[in-house]
Design a binder for this molecule. Structure first.
Ligand SMILES: Cc1cc2nc3c(=O)[nH]c(=O)nc-3n(C[C@H](O)[C@H](O)[C@H](O)COP(=O)(O)O)c2cc1C
Length: 354
């Protein structure tokens, strides 16, 4: 058990925010696997201030587990003001997380996301003003910096600490790396030891061993599961269990994966309606069998042949009848190199963002 401000977090796994993926039903689906803290998809502060209908849907969730609302914006007053409105509308928000790491062009152009890191004093001011406006814990999600020659994460962290930030998440890549290439955990070695608040680390957490290595080298309090958890929810359980008991749990069978995929399908359909959910599932469903050597051609069929709940379930049932007892194993998970390609191919942020 650890704390962010006065919020108790049970277990080290933080479910990473992913625009277009970590909607309310996805977070509800992942929670029982052992998520300690969930973060919403990033939400526009200006959008909330203007009460756009699109941002409103991000605020509507009902849950009984720790959840951070992630906001992006370029001005302290916008973020603080939007946070206040948000918590007045939804009392299920436990804390505010400020996005200081998004590398997407459109977000950068508006002065938000990773651009904020160019002005560490502003980063501090955003945290300070948002804390004052809400009375809730405020956290920040940053990167190493703009590029290899401008890795000013330490300077930003010092300003955040001076503003009494409640936790810091660091995605161990630079803005220029986007979502591909290797995160640099060496440069944040032992970082938790020089911080006064909990540190959460993010970047290429695809297996239990990835999480163990990232936690060991940085001494972090939390570890963020983002792309690695999509189609592999049991990764959360493996990490959670290991850090509680030292036990390494065996990976699930294909049959089990299929059951979870069906469960997520129904939750997404209920939240988003069939059309939107099925479109999303074309990128998510293949990942449920990505650790299965013999499922290669089925992955393609899931990506292209998923046109309705019925067609998706029919393909899943076929896989189950042939490969159900195979075990998803980490050797069968995509290689680091493939992961980057895989993620750019399948896992895009939503259209409005790019
Ligand atoms: C499609 C997609 C959307 C993302 N959206 C957000 C977001 O809204 N806010 C944020 O802070 N990070 C976002 N991220 C970054 C993730 O939270 C995470 O830090 C990053 O993917 C690195 O972890 P991973 O390599 O284990 O996936 C996004 C990543 C992806 C792939």
């Amino acid at each position: 058990m650890w704390k962010i401000g006065d919020v108790n977090i049970d277990g080290p796994v933080v479910l990473g925010p992913m625009s277009g993926y970590t909607s309310s039903s996805y977070r509800d689906f992942m929670k029982p696997f052992g998520v300690g803290l969930s973060v919403t998809e990033m939400t526009s502060a200006v959008g909330i201030l203007n009460s756009g209908s699109r941002t409103d849907e991000y605020l509507e969730f009902d849950r009984n587990y720790p959840t951070a609302l992630q906001l992006f914006g370029h001005a302290a007053e916008d973020i603080a003001g939007a946070a206040r409105i948000a918590i007045d509308r939804n009392s299920n928000i436990d804390m505010i997380d400020v996005n200081m790491g998004c590398p997407v062009h459109k977000i950068q152009r508006s002065g938000a996301g990773c651009v904020l890191m160019k002005d560490p004093v502003l980063c501090g001011k955003i945290v300070k003003d948002t804390k004052k406006a809400t009375g809730l814990p405020v956290t920040a999600k940053i990167r190493l910096g703009n590029d290899r020659n401008h890795m000013n994460f330490m300077e930003v962290i010092r300003e955040l600490e001076a503003a009494e930030v409640d936790a810091v998440t660091i995605h161990a890549r630079t803005k220029d790396q986007g979502y591909s290439g290797y995160p640099d955990y060496a440069i944040i070695q032992g970082l938790q030891d020089s911080l006064s608040v909990p540190l959460i680390v993010s970047g290429n957490i695809y297996t239990l061993d990835d999480a163990i290595a990232a936690m060991a080298s940085t001494n972090a309090t939390g570890v963020m599961v983002a792309r690695g958890g999509v189609g592999d929810p049991f990764l959360v359980t493996q990490i959670d269990e290991y850090f509680r008991s030292g036990r390494k749990l065996e990976s699930p069978t294909v049959s089990q994966q299929i059951e979870w995929c069906k469960q997520l399908t129904d939750m997404l359909i209920q939240e988003k309606g069939a059309d939107a959910a099925i479109r999303k599932l074309r990128s998510i469903a293949p990942k449920f069998v990505s650790g299965c050597h013999r499922c290669r051609e089925y992955r393609l069929r899931l990506a292209t042949g998923t046109v309705s709940r019925e067609s998706l379930f029919a393909i899943l049932d076929e896989i189950d009848s042939k490969m159900g007892s195979d075990r998803i194993n980490s050797d069968g998970r995509p290689s680091q190199r493939f992961r980057a390609m895989d993620s750019t191919f399948f896992m895009q942020p939503p259209e409005w963002m790019v």
